[in-house]
Write a protein that binds this ligand. Structure first.
Ligand SMILES: [Zn+2]
Length: 313
């Protein structure tokens, strides 16, 4: 047994949309079966989530957005956005669980009860301060960033995102924030949702040069990613983050039904190992990883177990 925490269980599994939606409620199960087979579950502390409070959600989100999700059932909303993110029964509690799990993980890392955490159902990087988007209702990542700053006094945070989609919900919330160091490798927005994350988007004002967006052409695979990753490493070394957040979406792997890249799971291991080094060097080892996207069940199982293995190595 290591001191790495895995946030998983029934309440988190329920974060999924019905009727054949790509983000179905079976994704966590696919990961857990693979983790069990590889003997990883016996080596981590498996922790349950809790429902984040409105006050906690409000550290990142507007009250208007929180109220909209809370009353989605009463108001009989079909979607929370323009058609990607359906409302479903218990959507408030289920989405607030994703955030509560992340906050429990953060408390564990900050108190040093655990060294690192992994939350497969999390990393909801399209949700903005005042809106849901791209299957993401509340931003666990945004609430963690705000909590790090307000509660723990940690300002300089690295946000590293290898999900095939640009992490627009975090990027635009912190575009002018010089202390949120972003590195985001994704499929070129000219070919894929959400259409943003061009190389020229490097941050605004005092934050200029502190955000690294690396779009890859459709069909790119391991060689292109590895070249991009060496730029990510240099970027992080330059800004010496006090805390590392890793969104390790598995939808960049070959044959994902929503995207067009060709990664192998070895890249997820490579990135996780590299971020451990960054965290050990600058951040007292503090590293939290979140599953993000990934819609081929076998791919997400392979990629996320590769990450977990590196976290507990
Ligand atoms: Zn994605």
């Amino acid at each position: 047994m290591t001191d790495v925490r895995l946030y998983a269980g029934e309440a988190l599994a329920r974060y999924g949309f019905p009727d054949g939606h790509p983000l179905g409620a079976d994704r966590q199960g696919a990961f857990l079966r693979e983790a069990q087979q590889r003997g990883l579950l016996a080596r981590v502390r498996v922790c349950s989530p809790r429902v984040a409070t409105s006050e906690e959600l409000g550290r990142f989100h507007t009250q208007g957005h929180i109220d909209k999700v809370m009353h989605a059932g009463r108001d009989e909303l079909e979607f929370l956005d323009d058609g990607d993110t359906p409302a479903f029964p218990d959507i408030f509690e289920t989405s607030a669980n994703v955030v509560g799990a992340a906050l429990n993980g953060l408390a564990g890392v900050m108190s040093r009860e655990c060294s690192r955490s992994f939350q497969p159902i999390g990393g909801l990087h399209h949700a903005g301060r005042d809106h849901a988007a791209g299957f993401c209702v509340f931003s666990d990542l945004g609430v963690v960033i705000e909590t790090l700053r307000r509660q723990y006094g940690i300002r300089r945070i690295a946000y590293v995102d290898i999900d095939v989609h640009h992490g627009d919900g975090i990027f635009y919330a912190y575009e002018g924030d010089a202390d949120l160091i972003v590195a985001d490798i994704h499929e070129d927005g000219r070919y894929l949702y959400p259409g943003t994350g061009g190389e020229e988007e490097t941050g605004n004002g005092a934050a200029k040069g502190r955000k690294l967006n690396i779009p890859l052409k459709p069909g790119s695979g391991d060689p292109e990613f590895l070249e991009a990753w060496s730029r990510v490493e240099r970027h992080l070394d330059r800004f010496e983050p006090e805390f590392v957040l890793f969104q390790c979406g598995a939808d960049g792997l070959r044959n994902d039904p929503l995207a067009h890249l060709k990664y192998t799971p070895a890249l997820h291991a490579h990135a996780a190992k590299s971020l451990r080094r960054v965290a050990d060097r600058f951040s007292m080892g503090r590293l939290m990883a979140f599953g993000g996207g990934g819609y081929d069940r076998n791919n997400l199982a392979q990629a996320w177990t590769a990450v977990l293995r590196e976290l507990i190595a």
